[in-house]
Design a binder for this molecule. Sequence first.
Ligand code: NAD
Length: 340
Amino acid sequence: RKLGYAIIGLGYYGLGVIIPQFRNCAHSRLAAVVSGDPAKAKRVAAEHGLPARSVYSYADFDRIRDNPDVDIVYVCLPNAMHAEYTIRAAKAGKHVLCEKPMAVSVAECEAMIAACKTANRKLMIGYRCHFEPYNLEAMRLARTGAAGKIRYVRSEHGFVQRSPDAWRLKRALAGGGSLMDMGVYSLQAARYMTGEEPVAVTARESTDRRDPRFTEVEDMIDWTLEFPSGALGGCQSMYSANQNRILLMGDKGRIELEPATRYNGNRMWVGEDGREKAITPPRASARNQFVGQLDHMARCAATGHEPIVSGEEGLRDMRIVEAIYRSAREGRTIRLDGRA
Ligand code: NAD
């Protein structure tokens, strides 16, 4: 049988991007919606043939415990609400797929992992690029030496955040600025493209604090990761320009993606500097990262396998995020490997 998802947060991503994907899924279906807007929830439920008992508000969300149609709760809320709703979902006996960033602190990530472990439920983070054909092919090429020994990875992600009222610019809801949003892609890419865990990070922030958008959180942040092989990861995120790029430099050539992590339209080149060839990954058009992600979680929930992007993976990123902020604040390199 297809496993049932409850989508919590009917905003841009939950409603606009995720819900339309269920029609292409082999193992997943929409089973419930959770929203603070009763009229919207009712409309979406009607459009998807959900019974009235599968429509929840934030206040009565815990009743989801009694709904056997729901196997997995997908948290598509502002970042600072991820921990609360992940923990409530686990306590209601449901598996959880939680959007990135996993939460707004290491302590929250640890509490989420503990809650899912206690409830014996799976926890996965919405790191969709692990299901995206171009990123998968770039990882494969990097691992099989298409660019030689990887010495440097550059990863830049950003978009122009226009509205000063957006929750993404409020510390209490977002937990931080561009790093908590697009920065997660830059950080993730540096880790999954090299296949290494950073041992140290050095960061710098640049924000015009007179700009009304940036009274609470950072605009641009730039950080360098040091990997055990000696490779460096130059990463960056910002809310004042559109950018979406990953570059891997090896001693035999380069692998370049631009755009790199979009929903669609990604492109890739591989080869020596100046003589790169465009590459289309096998089955690029047949595979959809959203469907891949939803069905992977459903299979993990059904079989007991651990998701490839588990809560631990989200926690690893959050430890680095906290170190990036600390490095920028204190103006020094922060070790991530426990060495002085
Ligand atoms: P959004 O603002 O469009 O939607 C957020 C939803 O949460 C809305 O339905 C809103 O009503 C609800 N909500 C409940 N309480 C709220 C409160 N106090 N303040 C504001 N909204 C509240 O945001 P979004 O773009 O859908 O992002 C939601 C989550 O999804 C974020 O964690 C974001 O990082 C993540 N996201 C991931 C991707 C991806 O590609 N993986 C893309 C977009 C967003």
